[in-house]
Each structure stands twice: as structure tokens, then as C-alpha cells.
Write a protein that binds this ligand. Sequence first.
Ligand code: GLU
Length: 474
Amino acid sequence: MTQVRTRFAPSPTGFIHLGNIRSALYPWAFARANQGVFILRIEDTDEERSSQAAVDVILEGMQWLGLNHDEGPFYQMQRMDRYKQVVQEMLDKGLIYPCYMSSAELDALRERQMANKEKPRYDGTWRPEPGKTLPPVPAGVKPVLRFKNPQGGSVVWEDKVKGRIEISNDELDDLVIARPAAEGSDSIVGTPTYNFCVVVDDMDMGITHVIRGDDHVNNTPRQINILRALGQEPPVYAHLPTVLNEQGEKMSKRHGAKAVTQYRDEGYLADAIVNYLARLGWSHGDDEIFSRAQLVEWFNLDHLGKSAGQFDEAKLRWVAQQHMKTADDALLAKLVSEQWAQRGVAVPASLQAGDKLQAMCALFKDRCATTVELADWLNMYVASVAAPAEELAAQVTDAVKPAIAALATRLETAAWDKAAINQAIKDTIGEFGIKMPQLAIPVRLLVCGRAQTPSVDAVLALFERDAVIQRLRA
Ligand code: GLU
């Protein structure tokens, strides 16, 4: 069997959002699932709209999500000579031809066709045929080059998402594959057009599976015809339905989509985003939560969804929460440290060393969807806290103050671990004849700055003893 070779071919215009990057995830996962090769190709031929900043966001987003490529990035602008070489070869073989129709003539043709209620299309005036006399070549005009699309018959492919697609060749006119050469150039070959560059790239890069957005489905029959003219068998195609935003519009920057890297900055785990995006257009039975390794083990092109996936923030948060629960504590500790570093929070050496921060992450991660939230929770360990004054007044009453003082005294000499702290709390509530929450809630407010936390003994054990006593006595 030939080796699977897939590609992600973004145009670096604007920024890359979740809907776009899904078109990287699927070919990546398919290549990984089949021990194949994943190629990154930057389609930067639209020079006005392309930017290095957009390329950087693509590279950063892919790196963050772990969608590492094996070959590339290849930049189309750097491959122009190669495209022109293929144009020249096709010209030599009579597979393409010069067309001198001016834009005024093309406009007039289109108007005539529209008036006759016909579909506007190039009429083949300059297409050479045996026995046909072509019009005289106008002086000083640089032609475009058109592809001699096959006449009659149809283009058929089995799309992995859409099923069998058949397009009659009569619907496809002779596509312009190169613009007019520059004034004064001695070559007839100008800048190749988008569809042509894609075909040459897919051919040269040996792409076996084209997995891309279905906004390209209309290009496919043209690309297949050009590939065949070049003596190539077309790859397998899978055209993914669009991703819609929560309002049901096509996801786009204009409609409020966020750049992929913003999810990183908001503290989402890369594996959670990968999981969420994988499910937004593909399924493995009823599995909602899976790891990257499981995705790579399971991914195939046979369970791609046919209808548009709709982004759902609440579901993303839920998926993110599930991943936080099982995330590696060492990874979380690293991400929380990065969060703090960004906020200018100094992390005490006692946390940096050893696995203390990891233990904190383990204790609080169940409550969070993101590492930003986790860093917020763990703030109590690195910065002073202030519970809302009203809550303090309601909970830290004169009646309970002696119990708090007694607990502080017990904690001065208790062994500093969860069990001993638990014993000190129990002894204190026993001594004062109060119930657990009557002591635990004020203690939380004073030490943690909030009334709800995981089990109070576990939370306290992760503080330095002195900090706890100081906050209880404050
Ligand atoms: N550059 C195209 C885009 O960003 C993708 C082309 C392709 O995958 O064939 O939409």
C-alpha cells in the first residue's frame, strides 16, 4: 500500500480560528493514524492579503495543539518557477492554449449569455481544434493561458464526506491557469492561478488524501481534470462541512471568532481543544472524551459528519473540564507557573521546588475548565486574600472567635499534615461544642478568602504553617 500523505494548506490571510484549524487536525490525525506524512503548505499567492503575522499565528497555533508537520512549511510564492515550468510543459504538449480575448470582449460575452438566460462561461473562441481556424492574434496583447478541459463525459469522485459527486464536463469551461505575462517579457507564461498551483503542489508533494473545507468542492472537478492531464490519478477527497458559530453563522473573524492562540491564552489545555475539534465533525461511537493517543488510534475518514458542526462554548468548557480532571499534575504546575509569571506574581521558592505546586493542582483541578481558573484558585497560596467584608462579618462572629483562636494555638504544634490538621479541627469543635461548618467556613474565609474550597484540612496542609496561623489571627 502506498504511504498516506496529507496536507494542511492554509492561506495566511486574517487569523486562524477553531474552524480553520480543524482542517489541520483531521489531515494530521489521519496521517498519524496511518503512519503517514503530514505536510504544511502555506498558500500565500494572494500577496495583498497574505502576511507573515498570519503565518506566525498558524505556526504557533499548530505547535500549541501539537499538530506537528513532517514536511514543510512550503510557501507557494517560493515555488513560482516550478509552476511556470509545468505550465510550459503543458503548453508544449498542447494541453493548454493562449487566449487573447480582452476583458471587454469577455464582459460582452457574459452579458449576451445572461440575456439569453445561459450560464456565463468562456465560449472556446481561442481553443484550438483540428480543422478550426483561430482568429488573428491581436498585436501587442499578452494572452492568458487556458486549460483545455475535456469535452463530454463527466468528472466523478467518491467524496469521503459527501459521497459520490459527478460533475458534467460541459459545466466546466476552460479555466485560466496563467495570467498574462508581464509587459516586455519574452515568455508567454505569466503568473499561474490558484487552482493550478494547488494541483502542481498536490502532485509534487505526492498527496494521497486531500482533506479540506467544502468551500473548495467546486474547485475539485477542475483540479481533477488538470491532474489527469498531467498523467496523475487524483487523490482521495474529503470535503469537511463548515463550522458554524453559536448563532448558526459561518465561523469567521467578522462574526466574532477568536484566534486559536487565544484559547491557549485563556488557559485551555491543548488536548481538550483537540478533543473538542475532533468531535466537531467526526465521531467514534458515543465517545465524547478521548485522549490524543486514542484519537490517533481511532481516526479514519469513514465517520466524518455530513452536516455542519456548530461551535458550542458550554460544551467546550465541559470537555475542557474533563481534561483538567485527568491532566498530568506536572503539566498543570508548569502551566499555572506560566500564568503567574504573566501576571507578575512571584512564586515562592518553596512552591517551585519539589512537588508542592503539583499537589495544589491535583487538589483543585476538578473545579476548573482552564489553567487560568486553576491559577486563580491557587492564588491564595501566593498572595494575600481578602474575603468579602459582609461574609466575614456574618461568619467570623464573636461567638466563634475563641474557637478560631484555639484552633490557631493547636495548629502551632500540630504535625503539619492533613490528618493532624483534621484532628486539630475536630478537637476544637469538640471543645467548643460547635458543628464542623461553624468553624470550617470562617477558617476558609480567613485563610483562603472564600467560603467554598476542597476539604479544609487538605487545603490548609498545602499552606506554610505560619501563613495559616497568621491569617487565622489577623
Ligand atoms: N488555501 C485554501 C484555504 O485556506 C485551502 C486549499 C486546499 O486545501 O486545497 O482555504
